[in-house]
Design a protein around this ligand. Structure first.
Ligand SMILES: C[S@@+](CC[C@H](N)C(=O)[O-])C[C@H]1O[C@@H](n2cnc3c(N)ncnc32)[C@H](O)[C@@H]1O
Length: 210
């Protein structure tokens, strides 16, 4: 979450009353085990985008334990849609598999592997792409997947402003990631229908037009 907007975000998060036991269980699991999952207000926005854009097939880069995957797969199930989701970490992949089963979802195609190679192997079309994995590879994930995005499709990029480090002091070890994300934002503004939202940890949206 961007520190500057912490109070506003906390206010929004408090307003969201979650009652789904599985979602609550996953949020608790993620908190205890330090698994990074999409923040609550961003999750709501993600769902909102999927509901309002007639989305059928979704590609997710970065499954973790299946939290955002469950939210998306539930929504697209009604349209006969499939979620394809890629995770590099085997333990998380297995946890996500269990969680998708607990959610009773049969419309999830899970891929265990590095998305820097796995996306290229896909031969699918998507209405919506959710990028939420290693930030240093965002441009590659974007370029590899954008080719498979249908017209009027959306790419939703989470954490694109990386804790605000793109515009304020940051620990030296993040120098390369910060530079890459900053250049990626310029590249998106220059070449695509792109907008940058300063909420959550920064959300980037790309809309595909013919
Ligand atoms: C922020 S978490 C994803 C959270 C998930 N989308 C959610 O909100 O529930 C990022 C995940 O991406 C995975 N990841 C990182 N680099 C990856 C890569 N190159 N290919 C596939 N997965 C990757 C990490 O192991 C981690 O589980």
């Amino acid at each position: 979450m961007l520190e500057e907007l912490k109070e506003a975000s906390e206010y929004i998060i408090k307003k969201i009353k979650e009652e789904d036991p599985l979602i609550l269980e996953l949020e608790e699991f993620a908190r205890i085990h330090n698994v990074p999952i999409v923040t609550k207000e961003v999750a709501k926005y993600l769902e909102f985008m999927i509901k309002t854009h007639n989305v059928k097939n979704v590609l997710e880069v970065g499954t973790a334990i299946g939290y955002s995957g469950i939210l998306m797969a539930r929504l697209i199930e009604k349209n006969g849609g499939v979620l394809t989701t890629i995770e590099i970490d085997e333990e998380r992949f297995n946890q996500a598999k269990e969680n998708f089963a607990k959610a009773g979802l049969n419309n999830v195609k899970m891929i265990l592997g590095d998305a820097t190679c796995e996306i290229e192997k896909l031969d699918d079309n998507f209405d919506f792409i959710f990028i939420d994995a290693s930030k240093g590879q965002y441009k590659k994930f974007f370029e590899d997947s954008y080719k498979m995005l249908n017209d009027r499709g959306i790419v939703f990029i989470d954490n694109i402003m990386f804790r605000g480090y793109l515009y304020k002091e940051y620990p030296k070890r993040f120098k390369t990631i910060v530079r890459k994300l900053d250049e990626f934002i310029d590249y998106l503004y220059e070449n695509y229908d792109f907008t940058l939202l300063d909420f959550g940890d920064g959300v980037g949206l790309v809309y595909k037009t013919k």
